[in-house]
Ligand binder design. Structure first.
Ligand code: SF4
Length: 357
């Protein structure tokens, strides 16, 4: 089949506040707005942004754990919303999810072996011998001893539980794994082991990943392409190397500047931004970043910037840095336009508990 493995078109998710139904005038949380991207077989697309930017809602929409308000998700060209019972079951074999907290996503009463083989047994009957062989094989694939199949999740370390979650996701031989903050709960050395495991599995099995993360260090390590989200929208989507070498959108620039720099030879970007993240219930008009953007011009307060393709293969939504054809690049209107990453991350943290993930 030609074309991308996964295609997302204009995906939108609004949550009504209070009444539970959409009525004119009832406020809504605009968790995801008009998000489009595609993922090729064997590719890793990372979606980054701080808490509340809508990246985890995108993950849930991809898995059909929540229904979209608008837009569609196509796998191998088929709209998943059109799938009926059997086709939906078959599709679910192809997309699996790995969650942030391995402990709460694993049934504490089942052994590791039962947890791993449970998805397969939803589709086919296995003899005891087949179950044990499958569990042993998958445990080996994720670097665990087959003898661990009799242990309960509570008898495993955090890293082993995350490996178990990955083994469970692999059991149905998926084409695509959605990993939502899959390593953020782990300490740094275990994170590296799990990331290397995912990269090895991708090479061996050609699995595509949609990897949701707020950690740019992790993203730079594994991404082929990166989508940056701000307040429900993608503001920049670029090949990973190009994005980290030269971020174009002012928000991407500030995010990268705010990230720790592990390489002492690399120069930290200077960037500053003022103010708080606006509420997704009543987002600013025009570009949602405009109240905090040092490059903002009048047009930014009125028009939502479209994603404009650039020469190096990225798309950027910014009236100033990526003007649509025919529009001149405007001079900035405030200060010297350096972005302050500390102020930015503090204001994002303050908002984190108020917005859906
Ligand atoms: Fe800043 Fe305007 Fe670009 Fe938005 S569109 S990022 S406000 S310059």
């Amino acid at each position: 089949m030609s074309g991308p493995l996964l295609k997302v078109e204009n995906l939108t998710k609004h949550y009504p506040l209070g009444a539970g139904i959409f009525k004119k005038g009832i406020p809504v949380i605009r968790a995801v707005e008009d998000v489009s991207f595609s993922v090729e077989a064997g590719e890793t697309l990372c979606i980054v942004g701080e808490s509340g930017c809508g990246k985890s809602t995108v993950a849930r929409l991809l898995m059909r754990l929540v229904e979209p308000t608008g837009g569609r998700v196509l796998i191998d060209g088929t709209d998943i919303a059109s799938l009926k019972k059997d086709a939906l079951r078959a599709w679910r074999r192809r997309m699996q999810m790995v969650f942030q907290d391995p402990y709460s996503s694993l049934n504490p009463r089942l052994t590791a072996g039962q947890i791993i083989t449970e998805p397969v047994e939803n589709f086919e009957r296995l003899s005891r011998k087949q179950r044990q062989a499958l569990a042993a094989d998958l445990l080996r694939q994720v670097g665990m001893a087959p003898e661990m199949m009799n242990r309960l999740p509570s008898e495993l370390s955090g890293g082993q539980r995350q490996r178990l979650g990955i083994a469970r996701a692999l059991s149905l031989k998926p084409s695509l794994i959605i990993a939502d903050e899959a390593v953020s709960a782990l300490d740094v050395s275990v994170q590296a082991q799990i990331l290397n495991l995912l990269l090895d599995l991708q090479q061996q099995m050609g699995i595509a990943f949609v990897f949701i993360s707020h950690d740019l260090g992790v993203v730079e390590h594994i991404a082929h392409r990166v989508a940056v989200m701000y307040l429900g929208r993608i503001v920049e989507l670029a090949p990973s190397e190009a994005l980290f070498a030269k971020p174009v959108h002012p928000y991407t620039e500030a995010l990268i500047a705010a990230a720790p720099v592990p390489d002492p030879t690399r120069v930290r970007l200077e960037a500053s931004v003022e103010g708080e993240v606006p509420s997704p219930i009543n987002p600013p008009t025009g570009c949602a970043f405009h109240p905090r953007c040092p490059l903002a011009i009048e047009r930014c307060c009125i028009e939502v910037p479209p994603l404009v393709p650039m020469a190096d293969g990225r798309v950027v939504a910014c009236h100033v840095r990526a003007p649509a054809t025919g529009m001149p690049i405007q001079p900035a209107v405030k200060g010297d336009h350096t972005l302050d990453p500390v102020a930015m991350s503090e204001s994002h943290s303050a908002q984190a508990s108020r917005v859906p993930r």
